[in-house]
Structures are given as C-alpha cells and as structure tokens.
Design a protein around this ligand. Structure first.
Ligand code: ATP
Ligand code: MG
Length: 389
C-alpha cells in the first residue's frame, strides 16, 4: 500500500518527492525482504529500503498510545489494520492509501473529496488532534499554503487552541515547516494571515507579526528561497538587521544563514530613495558585499515600486564586469607600497584611500597609476595620509 503524501501528490497530478509504503508485515520481516535497508527507525515501525531510485520508507501499520508531551506518542502499537493506521494520520488528504496491485483506494475519511474541494481537514476531532501533536497546526498551515488550499472551518477554528502545545515542539521542527511554507507557498499573505489570526505566530516569530499583509504579499515575487523570503518578511516588519538574524538563530538555521539575513537586510536599509548607479552603486556593493547585495537588490525589487524593478539586473551587470570592490582586488598591496617607500600605519590608510578612489574611477586600478596616486595622496594636505617620519 502507498500511503500519505505520495498518494495525495499523485492524485493532484504532482510528482511526489518521496514514496511512503505501509504494510501489515512487521518491521523485522520487511528488513529481511530487501538486500539493502537502513533499520534506524525500526522501533517506530519504519524500515528504509535503499533502492536504485532513492530510499523508500516502509512502515508497519501503526496505532499510537497516548501523547504525553505534545510531541510524540508514549507507545507505538503495530497491528494488521490499515484503517487504524490511517486514523492516526493528521489530515484527510494525507490519510488515503492506494493498493499498488489492484489500483484500489482506501479512503475512510473522504480525503479524495477534500482534495477535490481544496481543503485541509483534520482526521477526527481537530482540537484533540492538534492537542496531541504540537506540530500539526503548523503542518495544516504549511500544507494549505503549499497546495493553495483552504483550511476547513472546524479545523481552522481549532488553530488558536494549539498555540500552547506548539511551544513544546523543537525549534528545528518548527523551522522545517516554516522553511517549506516560505519556499513553497502559492501565496504567502494568506498563510501569514492564518499564523497571525490564530496566534501561532507567537510561537514562530512574534516580532514578525507587525509586517503588513500588503507588503508580505509582495514577497511572492522573490525566488523560492526560504531564507531570502524570511529576510523579506523581516524587512516588511521593519526589523533591525540583528533582530532579523535573531529569528534565523532561534530557528536554528545556522550561523551562515543568520549572517546572510543580517547583511541582506542591512544592505537593503542602506539603499537610498533611488537605485544607486555608477560610483554610488560600487560604493554600496563594496560596503554590503556582492553576495548580500544580490539579496538586498532582490528585496528592493520585491518591496519597492518601479524604478527598483530593474535594480537586480543592474547589480548583476555591474558585478559581471568584476569591478574592484575590496583591497583583495586592488592592483597594489601593502608590500608594493612598502617597496615604494611607505611604512607603518600609513600603509593601511593609503590602501583604504586608494580603494576609495578606485571605487569612484575603476580605470585607476593599475599598479603604476595607483603608486603615483599614493605619492600624491601622501603629500596632500591631509595629515592622516602623511608618510611616516
Ligand atoms: P510532504 O513529504 O510533502 O511533507 P507528507 O504528507 O509525505 O508530505 P511526511 O512528513 O513525509 O509528509 O509524512 C508522511 C505521512 O505521515 C503524512 O502524509 C501523514 O499521513 C503522516 N504524518 C506526518 N506527520 C504527521 C503528524 N505530525 N501527525 C500525524 N500524521 C502525520
Ligand atoms: Mg513524505
């Protein structure tokens, strides 16, 4: 039997990212059937069968004991009953099984009807199902967002009651749902509205709540990169860069992601009223860094009106010319200056001054021209650039 997301995706005409199989065979029996398996999930009934087309999870029909901590059932019971296995699943559209051999469907909760109507509906009493497992409320919103579905009224009405139990779920699991929502939502604004109206936003990122939905809607224009979209959401909420990065840190998204979000939002903040061009653009690129600049430009194109739509392309064109934006690509370095007679702290100051000049006039970035310029600068009236004693 195929179960869960794969049946749902096939019925919707989508290609499932993975296939989950269910069987009445016990895990130990499944493990002996296939040459290559991973038994890490055996206790919970899952054997991962390694195939030439990727791993397939084969799970023994399960029932679950009582949920004690809002995260996982206290016990797992294996049995022979497919319907009981489907009854423990979260939503009707995820509780359909298909028999590979006979092409028959087992659909005790009318999941096919909900698929056709575009509805996410809990299996059984939504309040109880949300209370059992803190992640389900977030899964409901993520599924609805990604499939472009509505949440059935009784299920939606149960969302506010699920705020407390979401607090008990590990941040990594909340992050995974949010990342999939951000990357895959057909439209972000309705999903964010659900998070805000239900109060679930408080257990995801309360500081994002002030973002106006009109601004959130514009984030649909961003590439489906969850972290760029998070940076956009934070920008819409007018968070300071360190606060935007703070959300990623709390979501355990890794320091590289947090740093990228901080520099993208900072880069966005440093843009003026009109898109910079020429020297102003190169100065901004040098300050922000090329990588973050591309993100910041994408944010500006999404969130701001017209002249900004062409800004990302302008940034890419300028970067393609490989302008000198940092000391690393300046045509002279500290050794060159020392060889020319400069020494001490003046060397660093002159390098910075040369970089500033090159950002204004890229053609200056040649060794002879820069050494000549260094001498001019050092004899200029600015005492900070003067040669050492
Ligand atoms: P996708 O892989 O696109 O997220 P999926 O539905 O396959 O969709 P999985 O997390 O792979 O999601 O879960 C497989 C199946 O297990 C689901 O279709 C659902 O039937 C069941 N399931 C997953 N998480 C829960 C949960 N928290 N509570 C109840 N059932 C769940
Ligand atoms: Mg799946």
């Amino acid at each position: 039997m195929i179960v869960g997301g794969a049946v749902r995706d096939v019925m919707l005409g989508r290609r499932p990212p993975d296939w989950d199989l269910a069987t009445d065979l016990r895990p130990a029996a499944v493990a002996t059937l296939f040459p290559r398996v991973n038994r890490a999930g055996e206790k919970h009934g899952t054997i991962m069968v390694l195939t030439g087309h990727g791993p397939v999870e084969v799970t023994t029909f399960r029932g679950e004991g009582p949920y004690l901590d809002g995260r996982r059932p206290s016990t797992v019971i294996f049995h022979d009953d497919l319907e009981a296995d489907l009854a423990r699943r979260d939503f009707t559209i995820n509780a359909i099984a298909a028999d590979l051999a006979t092409n028959e469907f087992v659909d005790p909760f009318s999941g096919e009807m909900d698929l056709r109507r575009g509805r996410v509906r809990a299996v059984g009493d939504p309040r109880q199902r949300f209370a059992e497992d803190g992640l389900r409320s977030l899964r409901a919103i993520r599924l609805a967002a990604v499939l472009g579905f509505e949440i059935d009224k009784a299920t939606k009405d149960a969302l506010p009651g699920a705020v407390e139990v979401l607090r008990q779920v590990a941040w990594e699991r909340r992050r995974d749902e949010m990342a999939r929502l951000l990357a895959g939502a057909v439209a972000l604004a309705p999903a964010v509205r659900l998070l805000v109206d239900s109060g679930l936003i408080r257990e995801v990122a309360a500081e994002l709540e002030p973002a106006p939905l009109k601004a959130v809607a514009r984030l649909d224009r961003l590439a489906p990169d969850p972290w760029l979209r998070l940076a956009g959401w934070a920008t819409a909420a007018r968070l300071e860069p360190h606060a935007a990065a703070g959300v990623a840190t709390r979501w355990r998204a890794g320091t590289a992601v947090a740093r990228a979000i901080e520099s993208q939002t900072k880069g966005y903040q440093r843009l003026g009223r009109r898109p910079p061009t020429g020297a102003a653009l190169r100065l901004w690129l040098a300050e922000v860094g090329p990588e973050a600049a591309l993100g910041a430009a994408a944010l500006a194109a999404a969130l701001r009106p017209d002249p900004w739509q062409r800004f990302p392309a302008a940034v890419r064109r300028t970067l393609a010319r490989k302008p000198c934006l940092s000391l690393a690509t300046l045509a002279v370095d500290g050794h060159d200056l020392e060889a020319a007679g400069f020494f001490g702290p003046a060397v660093g100051r002159i390098l910075q001054a040369l970089l500033r000049e090159v950002l204004h006039r890229p053609a200056l970035n040649q060794e002879t021209r820069l050494l000549a310029l260094a001498h001019t600068l050092s004899t200029a009236t600015d005492p900070r650039l003067a040669l050492g004693p």
